[in-house]
Design a protein around this ligand. Structure first.
Ligand code: PEP
Length: 247
């Protein structure tokens, strides 16, 4: 049985003091030991949030990370810095980073390898645009993102990764994929992992759905056989996140 994992992606929201207030508000609402709960927060919020979640079931995630150890990469954050600050998860290849910051699947792959080397669990995002869905190439596209993202990663490491399937047209739009659409792609992702690594890795790896998840649709989405939780944007900043965690 795969343990469900529900992660909030705060995106570029919350100053450090607002972040602490939000954690204090959400802390009592997300106490569910049956699921893994992660708050993925802006870099500047990591240290205060790590302090505010101490002693709780909440884990801290970063929203990005660079793939070098250290050096002349102005503005970037290394895996070692994240670990030292209390981070155990990192969102990699979110569609907003791919779109606005030109991250490629090759970059995502390098970051995956580095994160795993440092014991940080990657939450690797993949997802199709509306045009790609209308062109009927959704599964081909996702398979390519997964295959490139997992290059040179061993089966043992692959099992630790969390994959987030996030159709771009459903992110922040209020348009959720139907449960059938979400399950169809998550099932295809699991098959793709089975082709690369074999059935036991595919059975163990956790696949989230993301894209306008809210308190009303979470239970049905998370009940699908290949959906092991969610990556939640907008609703992770509200008390609704507690309802999602306790779906
Ligand atoms: C996200 O940020 O990954 C996301 C899915 O956002 P939202 O839930 O707001 O659509």
């Amino acid at each position: 049985m795969r343990k469900k994992i529900i992660a909030g992606n705060w995106k570029m929201n919350m100053t450090p003091s607002e972040a602490v207030k939000l954690v204090e508000e959400l802390r009592p609402l997300v106490q569910n030991e049956a699921v893994d709960v992660v708050f993925c927060v802006p870099a500047i919020d990591i240290v205060p949030v790590a302090g505010a979640v101490k002693g709780t079931n909440i884990k801290v995630g970063a929203e990005n990370m660079y793939f070098e150890e250290s050096g002349a990469y102005t503005g970037e954050i290394s895996p070692k810095m994240l670990v030292d600050a209390g981070v155990s998860y990192v969102v990699l290849g979110h569609s907003e980073r791919r779109e606005y910051f030109h991250e490629t699947s090759e970059d995502v792959n390098k970051k995956m390898i580095k994160a795993l080397e440092h014991g940080i669990t990657p939450i690797m995002c993949c997802g199709e645009s509306l045009t790609q869905r209308e062109q009927g190439i959704t599964i081909d596209w996702i398979r390519q993102q997964v295959k490139v993202g997992f290059q040179n990663i061993s089966a043992e490491d692959a099992k630790k990764v969390v994959i987030a399937y996030e159709p771009i047209w459903a992110i922040g739009t209020g348009k959720t994929a139907t449960t059938e659409q979400a399950e169809e792609v998550c099932y295809a992702i699991r098959n793709c992992i089975a082709e690369i690594y074999g059935p036991s890795t595919a059975d163990e790896i956790r696949i989230q759905y993301g894209g306008s998840v809210n308190a009303a649709n979470a239970a049905e989405l998370f009940a699908q056989p290949d959906i092991d939780g969610g990556l939640v944007g907008g609703a992770s900043l509200k008390p609704d996140f507690g309802k999602i965690v306790n779906y």
